[in-house]
Design a binder for this molecule. Structure first.
Ligand code: HEC
Ligand SMILES: [Cu+2]
Length: 469
């Protein structure tokens, strides 16, 4: 609830910046297929805030239920709070989409409506044909009781999308010793149809096209100059909240960014540690679940102790319309999201990301360090590497406390991180897991493949085929 309130506060802040538009679109005679209309609702992400009967996934609970859009429109047209120019319900609905600032409905499901949560950018996102399709649909809904939303069966054909997996070895090298500097951080929110699993794609929302977003590395005392861009192809507004930042919303209060625009802020890294960053645009859980998270490391003045290899891994839970393993294009199921009942749980954004696709690789005799974070939005990880023991765990990613030593499994909450280090003595295939092992069946596994000479003094035996190791 706290996050939600924060999100609303942020929405208020950014709404102040939005200009009103006004002009209403002429009605068109074109008729729309049901699929086109549903696609328009999806493009506008209406369902992440509104419940809309007949629209799959439109089960949002923070905005008025549009089941009775026509009745709501007729009531609200006559309200003294209304400053628009619509004369009938159809025009009102169109205006609510194109110029929402002229009116605030008195009641949202979670209480009084908050101004400027309804995005003012839909007029840029949707074509006038799409708006017309939506208006016609909402205006034509029959009055009265709606028994649930008639979810449309997801297509079962396999789909193929972009590779959004960030390689766990893709992170900047340790910093040289130096005086504090201003470091420019470029983030771009990019919405992509990414490969989630074999034959299954998902509308990933990303920072810089990957999950997790880029690993950012600074030292304490540095000032970060964050350029938060939102791609012109985005349907949604996006933003960034750095847990390493001291200031309103960790930056989210000043980075609510419309498609095609850029916001900038600076902040001083006061605290050493490994911190999560994530999108904080309502519904925040939806943006995080779709992949908008990453880590920022604030090194101590003297740096971290040297190791042979560093890796960057993040865990996330995903709530698709279709069941786990179902082929086809998936979007987020808001009911499953709110019930914290994920279909997929993954490392670095996809099933197989760190097994078949981009496993961690190292050699016998080396020391490895894993920067591990949980984007979530909901599941806490019991992080464990099968066949290894963490020599050091920087619990809660506190790098200024002494590490725990000789740990089997460590807890990492959503919006939290840990840094673990261990030495590799024996070659083999070590498996990164969340020891809540049901999640293995939902996609959560990674390999650390260690090559080198056998070390029979430490481990001696013959690996059995089919053991999974
Ligand atoms: C980020 C959340 C959000 C999204 C996305 C969103 N809305 Fe809204 N919408 C709201 C909120 C909150 C209100 C009520 C406050 C207001 O009137 O400004 C609202 C109000 C409305 C109203 C007026 C309802 C009334 O009671 O008078 C209509 C119609 C509407 N939205 C349609 C849409 C459509 C269609 C889409 C997608 C194209 C959409 N909204 C996308 C949050 C959202
Ligand atoms: Cu976002």
């Amino acid at each position: 609830m706290k996050t939600f309130l924060k999100a609303v506060v942020i929405a208020i802040l950014f709404g102040v910046l939005l200009a009103a538009c006004g002009a209403s679109e002429p009605a068109s005679d074109r008729t729309y297929t049901e699929a086109e209309t549903l696609a328009a609702f999806e493009k506008g992400a209406c369902g992440s805030c509104h419940a809309i009967p007949g629209v799959p996934n439109a089960l949002g609970v923070i905005a008025p239920d549009l089941a009775n859009a026509r009745t709501l429109a007729e009531e609200h047209l006559n309200s003294s709070a209304y400053s628009g120019s619509a004369k009938d319900a159809e025009a009102y609905i169109r205006e609510a989409i194109l110029d929402p600032n002229v009116f605030i409905a008195p009641k949202c499901p979670t209480g009084a409506c908050t101004p400027n949560v309804m995005p003012a950018t839909l007029k840029d996102v949707l074509t006038s044909d799409e708006v017309n399709a939506i208006v016609k649909y909402l205006h034509s809904l029959p009055e009265g009781e709606f028994g649930g939303t008639g979810a449309v069966a997801a297509p079962q054909e396999p789909t193929f999308g972009a590779d959004i997996v960030l390689d766990p070895a893709d992170l900047p090298a340790p910093l040289e010793r130096r005086e504090p500097q201003t470091i420019r951080v470029d983030l771009e929110a990019i919405e992509v149809e990414g490969q989630l699993a074999d034959g299954t794609t998902f509308t990933h929302w990303t920072f810089n096209g990957t999950v997790p977003g880029p690993f950012i590395r600074v030292r304490v005392g540095d000032t970060i100059e964050v350029h938060m861009k939102n791609s012109g192809t985005s349907a949604m507004n996006h933003s960034v909240d750095f847990h390493a930042v001291t200031g309103p919303g960790g930056g989210a209060a000043v980075t609510q960014t419309m498609p095609g625009e850029e916001t900038v802020f600076t902040a001083k890294a006061l605290n050493v540690g490994l911190f999560v960053y994530h999108c904080a645009t309502p519904m925040v859980a939806h943006h995080i679940s779709n992949g908008m998270y990453g880590l920022i490391l604030v090194e101590p003045e003297e740096g971290l102790a040297p190791v042979d290899r560093e890796f960057y891994v993040m865990q996330g839970d995903i709530y698709t319309t279709g069941a786990f393993g179902e082929h086809g294009k998936q979007t987020t199921d808001i009911t499953k999201l709110l019930n914290e009942d994920p279909e997929y749980v993954v490392f670095n954004g996809a099933v197989g990301a760190l097994t078949e696709q981009k496993p961690l690789r190292a050699n016998v005799g080396e020391t490895v360090r894993i920067f591990f974070g949980v984007g979530g939005p909901n599941l806490t990880s019991s992080f464990h590497v099968i066949g290894e023991i963490f020599d050091r765990v920087y619990d809660q990613a506190s790098l200024t406390s002494a590490p725990l030593t000789d740990v089997q499994t460590t807890l990492v909450p959503p919006g939290g991180a840990t840094m673990v280090e261990f030495k590799l003595e024996v070659p083999g295939n070590y498996i990164l897991v969340d020891h809540a092992l049901s999640r293995l069946q939902r996609g959560l596994a990674g390999y650390l493949i260690v090559e080198g000479d056998e070390n029979p003094e430490i481990f001696n035996g013959t690996i059995q085929p089919g053991s999974g190791h």
